[in-house]
Design a protein around this ligand. Structure first.
Ligand SMILES: Nc1ncnc2c1ncn2[C@@H]1O[C@H](COP(=O)(O)OP(=O)(O)OP(=O)(O)O)[C@@H](O)[C@H]1O
Ligand SMILES: [Mg+2]
Length: 309
């Protein structure tokens, strides 16, 4: 298990990390979800020994990773946000180079390189120069480079930025397979869908802090997020203003003559509202139920809309 406690890091005058703590269990895919500047890359750089923290601790299976860097570096793989290859080499040559740098033997690196090109759907490009690759192919190769030596713990920093849906889906599938085989994965993203779809647990990061963390279900239910129901029709303001507050667990969020929004704690509270409308002769044209999701939660915690990134 990777246990990170109270990591802090400041650059000249920016507090990039203000004391983040989290735990990642073996074989888990843990997502750091946050907008530009949240501190994701800083966290990954510190945990992969590229950058020193100002303070804080991190342990892998109870061994301090900052004071045992050589040991730690052998256990991890890194897929950085910025892609770095030797463009004039073929993908196989790149993989062998990185593999041997990580300390595996040439023959083993070659076998592994071939296997990885297949997994990543790049086998037909075996002999091409990397400079001829598309952005999506480079991203896939970037991941292969990070895992050529079969790391126990893999860090990926926004590995699917700027690539098409197909390549994105492929990468997610591959990562899920690795995680099933026991690899522990720490994955940063600013895409809600990606965090929802891929990660076992998610930490919501913003401005150097983790605002909440847990499984998707825990995150959504744990913060008392409410379901909002929007009714459109013709509403009598006296009835609405006097009667809605009498229904327990229902709260009037917005009101106009043609539309009202009522929040409820759970779906069981909705029939009482409909009943009230019927009893009072209120005609409803439509009803729209908006359940809490990661997007509304994110907005609530950070005041930011990730889709605008
Ligand atoms: N080398 C640096 N020198 C000064 N400030 C930096 C440096 N690197 C990052 N920062 C600042 O630290 C904060 C966190 O940056 P970081 O790159 O960790 O965020 P991020 O979550 O990875 O963002 P992005 O989604 O844009 O990659 C930002 O305010 C950034 O401007
Ligand atoms: Mg970053």
């Amino acid at each position: 298990m990777l246990k990170v406690s109270n990591l802090k890091k400041a650059y000249e005058n920016v507090y990039a990390l203000k004391g983040i703590s989290f735990e990642v269990k073996e074989g888990e895919i843990f997502g750091l979800l946050g907008p530009n500047g949240a501190g994701k890359t800083t966290a990954i750089s510190i945990l992969t020994s590229l950058l020193e923290p100002d303070s804080g601790e991190a342990y892998y299976n109870d061994k301090n990773i900052f004071s045992n860097q050589n040991w730690w570096r052998k256990k991890i793989g890194v897929v950085p946000q910025e892609i770095a290859f030797y463009e004039e080499l073929t993908p196989i040559e790149n993989l062998i180079l990185w593999g041997t740098l990580y300390g595996i033997k040439n023959k083993e690196a070659k076998e592994r390189a071939k296997e990885l090109l297949k997994i990543m759907g790049l086998e037909s490009k075996e002999k091409a120069k990397v400079s001829e690759f598309s952005g999506g192919m480079k991203r896939r190769l970037n991941i292969a480079v990070g895992i050529v030596h079969k790391p126990e713990v893999l860090f990926l920093d926004e590995p699917t930025v700027g690539i098409d849906v197909q390549a994105r889906v492929k990468i997610r599938e591959v990562l899920k397979e690795f995680s099933k085989d026991g690899m522990t994965i720490i994955y940063t993203t600013h895409q809600l869908e990606e965090a929802e779809e891929l990660c076992d647990r998610i930490a919501i990061m913003d401005e150097g802090e983790i605002k909440a963390q847990g499984t998707l279900k825990e995150l959504i239910s744990g913060l008392g997020q409410e379901t909002e129901v929007e009714f459109s029709g013709t509403f009598d303001s006296n009835i609405i203003k006097n009667k809605i507050p009498e229904i327990s667990n229902a709260r009037l969020v917005k009101f106009s003559e043609k539309s009202i929004i009522i929040s409820v704690l759970n779906d069981d509270d909705i029939p009482a509202i409909v009943e009230l409308f019927i009893k009072n002769g209120i005609h409803i044209d439509s009803m729209d139920i908006r359940r809490p999701n990661l997007e509304t939660l994110f907005l609530k915690l950070t005041g930011k809309d990730l889709r605008e990134q």
